[in-house]
Design a protein around this ligand. Structure first.
Ligand code: Z2T
Length: 832
């Protein structure tokens, strides 16, 4: 119609489409318009928060334009898409990322400047979206950034937690958990989609019905139905063309279910049910690598998996009706660990009970749809649910799991006739007084591909975790090494270094990180080295200011900034770092002229609230820090800082300022690590074990540009076989004995002897499961080498530059390309 044409002409003339470069004047006008019309304030009254919101609103206009075009294009092309199911997405802040990806950062900065507003300041107003614990959740966030950047059709599916990971305060050295309320003042990036609400059944019982044709039909009569309300967060690819979505489900009470109660006059009682339903998406479980084992956790998992599947099926049916034959051509679902594994029996239930397909057909669809990523070998993290709990919450799903298992056991029998040990080991059901459902086994059986997250980890998944599965299906188990988005983890967080790199090798490295190789030729260029290290120092000055403001501790930007930032876990061995710090302290007390470059040890770490020893380690770090920082005999050479509330936005400040990256897990325990990649990308040198992706980092940078120490995976295994005795090390190393004994005194906790003894016990009587003592000497030697290297400023600059230059492999774009080629088989879909 002519009217339509008019509208179209109008949009293409104004500068609102994301394809049209926006002028500073447009941006200024738009921000001011939002200040007036969306926020109801004006330039004179507005505080930083209002400016932040107005800027978000004006950026979001362009984001939504891109989203609309992307969705249209995916719909018209009927694209195959990946659906990334994850209980966690650790997005952090979105403004800087969205501005960079839309190419609007510099113009917005200037526009705001002319309005008398500082962009860096207002970005501090944005709360982190902390909907994740650590690496697993941040990986999901990097992956959806890369998926959009590579123009791949993808949806992220997860939970819309009201409270993300707790906020950490440190009181008298101890971790205190406070609720995180990231949405208290509204989240300008998310869009509520009531038109896509889903109903989710829970509890109840299963009725068996005998059909005419001999078919047995099962009908699940749920005891509770809850509503899933989706919130969409647009995910802008770099270049601003593809805008995918992250769809997060919020639980709500479904009013119609309560009608009976209402009618019986139970208005108040009905509200109780509302509370129960709304509890589902209330809070993120703060355990990073332990299985929570709680009802609510399983309900959360089922809730978001079932909502997401229904959403996918609704979209599929709109294009393909009841023809299921193309489902697995259009849909691939990636399970981020086993947290969403219940999606496997849920899809079977829909296909069998609802679509009335026969088992074999349903299973053939199902087992072409799912792929599973394993993120850990730690036994305490491998999810198992009591069958009785499962049955109460999801009675029909347990029946389906039993049937999947019965048929699978027949396959095992065919491969290993009569071998009951292998059957017991591979069964989805762990037998015993309390039967358990093993979600890992279910995930391997129900997926067409299973991957680990770094070469060594994937090898161990094949060799130690699932060897029999690997024998049965030799091509199912594979590797995709993790990666990080260089847009957030270099371009946005380290603008000065980014601009220097642009000036040397051009500005297209964020899309093609291998180009950083081009910096190699400047590693011996005196001027470049000076510029590179000047930026590092400026970043350190900046961080030092932050540290002073946050902790009151003054640190010297000319000291080595030695950084360990990650969740607190014994296997990550923050306490190995601490023992070394105590050893340095002793050396300095014994010999005030002890030769070392001044060093500041910086920590950031949250402990799971129920993990006692992890909290004890945080306490110990803080107490040792307090003592050292206030000891005038040493504090010009040694300082220790524990920065509270480590999170994405704090990582963005610490990483550009780091000289040394601590990656010191017991070999075989850290599946990959991703902080290791971020730090090295920003020119920090790794002190690390041959574990996870450290091994691949060492391969890239070369042994001469990394400080590797400690037992290898094979040596750890051999030591365990022989019988590890930590006292062998304690009794034979005077320094080690002295620092461990120091923990029993009240030197660090005046008046409270024994306050740090639990650490010592864990490493002696406790058996030192993570081989801290075995690696101490080797660690200390690697640290001395790092100290020596730093004293040669020229050498250090060269090493740091070469680290940045060799990080190309670790872009999450490469990880996603690996997934696409090996697992997802997706085609890009260009927008416009
Ligand atoms: C997590 O962050 C990781 C593994 C988990 O196993 C759970 C959580 Cl919350 C269930 C981490 C790994 O520890 C780390 O090595 C890896 O880099 C990261 O996942 C992403 O794969």
């Amino acid at each position: 119609s002519p009217k339509r044409t008019t509208v179209k002409q109008k949009t293409s003339k104004t500068a609102s489409a994301s394809s049209v470069p926006l002028s500073k004047a447009d941006l200024k006008a738009s921000i001011v318009k939002h200040l007036h019309c969306s926020l109801g304030t004006d330039e004179n009254k507005a505080n930083n928060h209002a400016w932040w919101k107005a800027t978000c609103a004006s950026v979001q206009e362009h984001v939504l334009e891109g989203l609309r075009k992307t969705q249209k294009s995916h719909y018209l092309n009927d694209t195959r898409a990946v659906h990334y199911f994850s209980a966690e997405f650790l997005m952090g802040r979105l403004m800087s990322n969205n501005l960079h990806n839309l190419g609007l950062f510099d113009a917005t900065e200037k526009a705001l400047n002319e309005l008398g507003v500082n962009l860096t300041d207002i970005m501090e107003e944005e709360p982190d979206m902390a909907l994740g614990n650590g690496g697993l959740g941040r990986l999901a966030a990097c992956f959806i950034d890369s998926l959009a950047t590579l123009d791949l059709p993808a949806v992220g599916y997860g939970l819309h937690y009201e409270h993300g990971l707790f906020r950490q305060e440190i009181k008298n050295g101890e971790q205190i958990e406070r609720p995180d309320s990231w949405r208290d003042y509204g989240n300008p990036w998310e869009i509520c989609r009531p038109e896509s609400i889903q109903d989710i059944p829970l509890f109840g019982y299963v009725e068996t019905k005998y059909g005419e044709n001999g078919r047995i039909n099962k009908e699940w009569h749920p005891g509770l139905i809850v509503k899933g309300l989706p919130w969409d967060i647009p995910v802008v690819g770099y270049g601003g063309k593809t805008v995918n979505v992250l769809r997060l489900w919020q639980s709500q009470a479904s009013d119609y279910f309560n009608w009976d109660v209402f009618n019986a006059g139970g208005y108040v009682d009905a509200q109780k049910e509302n509370v129960q339903a709304e509890t589902i998406s209330k809070v993120l479980y703060p355990n990073d690598e332990t299985d929570a084992g709680k009802d609510l956790r399983l309900i959360q998992q089922y809730f978001f998996s079932a909502c997401s599947l229904k959403d996918i099926i609704r979209r599929y049916k709109r294009a393909h009706g009841d023809d299921w034959s193309r489902f697995s051509d259009q849909v691939v679902i990636q399970l981020n660990d086993t947290h969403p594994a219940v999606a496997i029996p849920e899809l079977m239930r829909i296909l069998i009970d609802r679509a009335e397909l026969d088992w074999d057909y349903a299973w053939s669809i199902c087992s072409k749809t799912f792929a599973y990523t394993n993120h850990t070998l730690l036994p305490e993290a491998l999810e198992k649910w009591p069958a009785r709990m499962f049955e109460r919450i999801l009675p029909r799903h347990l029946e389906i799991i039993y049937e999947i298992n019965r048929r699978f056991m027949d396959e095992v029998e065919a491969v290993w006739p009569g071998d009951n040990d292998i059957k017991r080991k591979l069964s989805i059901i762990e037998e015993g007084p309390d039967k358990m459902v093993r979600m890992g086994n279910l995930s391997v059986i129900g997926s067409f591909a299973v991957n680990g997250v770094a070469e060594i980890h994937s090898e161990l998944v094949k060799k130690d975790l699932f060897p029999e599965f690997n024998h049965m299906w030799p091509n199912k188990l594979t590797n995709v090494t993790n990666g990080i988005t260089p847009r957030r983890w270099l371009k946005a967080c380290n603008p000065a270094l980014s601009k220097l790199i642009d000036s040397k090798i051009g500005a297209d490295w964020p899309l093609n990180l291998d180009k950083l190789q081009g910096l190699t030729e400047f590693a011996d260029d005196a001027k470049f080295k000076k510029q590179f290290m000047k930026i590092k120092r400026d970043n350190k000055v900046q961080l030092a200011k932050e540290v002073l403001a946050l902790t009151g501790v003054e640190i010297d930007p000319d000291a080595i900034f030695d950084v360990q930032i990650k969740r607190l876990h014994e296997y990550k061995r923050q306490h190995l770092n601490l023992l070394y710090i105590m050893a340095l302290y002793r050396r300095l007390l014994e010999n005030p002229n002890y030769d070392m470059h001044p060093r500041v040890f910086l920590f950031g770490a949250k402990a799971a609230p129920g993990y006692k020893l992890a909290k004890d380690i945080i306490y110990a770090i803080n107490k040792v820090a307090e003592k050292i920082n206030n000891d005038a005999r040493v504090n010009h050479k040694l300082k220790v800082v524990f920065l509270p509330n480590y999170r994405v936005s704090l990582a963005e400040k610490m990483i550009p300022a780091a000289d040394i990256s601590e990656q010191i897990s017991t070999a075989g325990k850290e599946a990959s690590g991703t902080g290791n990649m971020k730090l090295s990308l920003n020119g920090a040198l790794t002190v690390g074990t041959l574990d996870g992706a450290n091994i691949e980092i060492a391969e890239e940078v070369g042994d001469e540009n990394i400080f590797i120490f400690g037992l290898t995976v094979d040596e750890v295994e051999a030591l365990d076989k022989k019988g590890y005795n930590p006292f062998d090390y304690y009794d034979n190393n005077r320094e080690l004995k002295a620092v461990l004994d120091w923990l029993d005194s009240d030197y660090f906790t005046p008046g409270k002897p024994g306050a740090l003894s639990s650490l010592k016990r864990s490493m002696l009587e406790g058996g030192d499961q993570y081989k801290v003592l075995a690696d101490f000497v080797s660690y200390s030697e690697a640290q001395s080498l790092a100290d020596k290297a730093y004293k040669d400023a020229d050498k250090w600059a060269r090493m740091a530059i070469l680290n940045t230059a060799q990080m190309g492999k670790f872009t999450s774009d490469r990880s996603i390309k690996d997934y696409v080629k090996r697992i997802w088989k997706l085609d890009p879909c260009k927008v416009e």
